[in-house]
Design a protein around this ligand. Structure first.
Ligand SMILES: Nc1ncnc2c1ncn2[C@@H]1O[C@H](COP(=O)(O)OP(=O)(O)OP(=O)(O)O)[C@@H](O)[C@H]1O
Ligand SMILES: [Mg+2]
Length: 110
């Protein structure tokens, strides 16, 4: 895929790679090369002008934003905790989550 924020200033040009399920992928490169831009395209804050991004074979532009946002969670380098309990922080996107579900989300450790 190719992407530019502004017409005539390409940021990513003919970028193509595959990340296999269960694998960890590191994007490494000099400052300004487009690493953060790539992650934002995967989160669909922007859309590529050419090419496609596929997740499990589904074109990201054809799935609903709701389904995309439910299945992809960016984890920031700087962690942020809301003023509340640890359980409330883990369950904040699902206020109806039970303690069992919250415990499962944190790896089963209560
Ligand atoms: N919102 C924006 N509008 C216009 N240009 C942008 C925007 N965000 C980033 N850019 C430009 O896109 C290019 C890629 O930026 P990006 O932040 O993706 O690089 P990076 O690889 O993450 O860099 P770093 O290692 O410093 O984090 C840079 O030239 C940057 O100036
Ligand atoms: Mg960056």
């Amino acid at each position: 895929m190719s992407f530019s924020y502004e017409t005539g200033s390409p940021v990513l040009q003919d970028v193509s790679f595959t990340c296999e399920p269960g694998k960890m992928l590191a994007l490494v490169g000099p400052t300004g090369v487009g690493k953060t831009t790539l992650t934002q395209l995967i989160s669909r804050f922007y859309e590529p002008q050419a090419g496609r991004i596929l997740i499990d074979g589904h074109d990201l532009q054809k799935v609903t934003l709701e389904s995309q946002r439910k299945n992809i969670s960016p984890v920031l380098q700087d962690t942020f905790l809301f003023n509340g309990t640890v359980a409330e922080n883990i369950g904040y996107a699902r206020p109806d989550a039970s303690m069992e579900e919250i415990a499962a989300a944190r790896g089963g450790i209560v």
